[in-house]
Design a protein around this ligand. Structure first.
Ligand code: DP6
Length: 331
């Protein structure tokens, strides 16, 4: 008998980054990380396990995925099948909800939604912690998208001990927002997986990253506990820049940033000089994300649109954790 599950998961942006793996197969990170889940960008996935299927099939945004993408998903399904004790093949239908086609689709929302849909379809009844562990096997950052608001990924030391949990901020996150500056990537793309591996294995600056990141985690957690926006923003921005600095020490060196990334950073500095607290970060691409308090959101958008096209600016509120969808919910 065919078994179906459907789920929605939102993407998350790391405030303190995950950069480098201790175990590339199990996806155990070198350091803890902290993220905010956002409501604007998400993935909805339906999975059907059917004994009559001869192979896995994968549809992304309504189109049949190519062999390479299907193989990647199939390898992930093998991990799920092993855990659930089944050999049944599946069909996956996944849609990314992103406002533009500007490289904002994330593996975090994709694997969090897929893990949750499989958990539902195969009646695995995983706890949130175990669902986070299962999502992690697809993509590290996905283990944080199981939860809404702030989440911390405990690096752990093996499959059982590496998972995320929510950080209770007493709804302070409702006062925050993240503004995306979408920047065209004309440079050669280095995927986060390849970039972090090269950096961890070759960068002279990587040890400095490790030396500082635990203190950054503690600082961020203290700032969240005290609801101290300036303190959180300062460690968030410094940590992101430090991550990007490690890439410059890799062999060969590389960077995800382009001139417009620096332009956005400079505009954020201008905001602060004008007395508006706003802080930036970048991930494995040139887009800049600006953390602001909602009360300052419009002022920061106005500043950014003094240089960028309004279509390049997308503001997002803080999002919820993974949700199971009913069969009737449109995909
Ligand atoms: C820069 O989670 O995409 O966004 O585990 O190899 O799939 P894999 O990597 P991924 O890396 C995310 C890196 C980052 C920082 C972060 O989200 O913490």
């Amino acid at each position: 008998m065919a078994k179906t599950g459907k789920a929605r998961a939102h993407t998350n942006i790391a405030l303190i980054k995950y950069w480098g793996k201790a175990d590339e197969t199990l996806i155990i990170p070198m350091n803890n990380s902290i993220s905010l889940t956002l409501d604007k960008f998400y993935t909805e996935t339906r999975v059907t396990f059917d004994p009559t299927f001869e192979e896995d099939t994968f549809f992304l945004n309504g189109e049949k995925a190519n062999e390479k993408e299907t193989q990647k998903i199939s390898a992930y399904l093998d991990i799920v099948r092993k855990q659930a004790g089944t050999h049944t093949k599946a069909s996956i239908d996944s849609t990314n909800f992103v406002p533009t086609a500007a490289g904002l689709a994330s593996s975090a929302s994709a694997f969090a939604a897929l893990a949750a849909a499989c958990n539902e379809a195969l009646e695995m009844r995983l706890s949130d912690k175990d669902l986070s562990r299962l999502a992690r096997r697809g993509s590290g950052s996905a283990c944080r998208s199981i939860f809404g608001g702030f989440a911390e990924w405990e690096k752990g030391h093996d499959d059982a001990s590496s998972y995320s949990h929510p950080i209770d901020a007493e709804h302070w996150e409702d006062e925050l927002s993240m503004i995306f500056v979408v920047i065209n990537n004309k440079s050669k793309k280095v995927k986060s997986r390849a970039g972090m591996s090269l950096t961890r294995n070759t960068s002279r600056f990587y040890q400095y990253w490790l030396d500082r990141v635990e203190a950054d985690i503690e600082e961020a957690k203290a700032a969240i506990k005290d609801k101290d926006f300036k303190r959180l923003g300062e460690v968030f921005e410094a940590n992101g820049l430090r991550m990007h600095a490690t890439n410059l020490g890799a062999e060969p060196p590389f960077t995800y940033l382009v001139s417009d990334s620096y332009e956005a950073m400079s505009l954020v500095h201008d905001c602060r000089e004008a007395g508006i607290p706003a802080y930036f970060t970048m991930d494995a691409g040139p887009n800049v994300k600006v953390l602001v308090q909602k009360k300052d959101q419009q002022a920061v958008i106005d500043k950014l649109t003094s240089y960028f096209d309004p279509e390049q600016i997308i503001a997002s509120n803080i999002g919820t954790g993974v949700e199971i969808l009913n069969e009737e919910d449109a995909l």
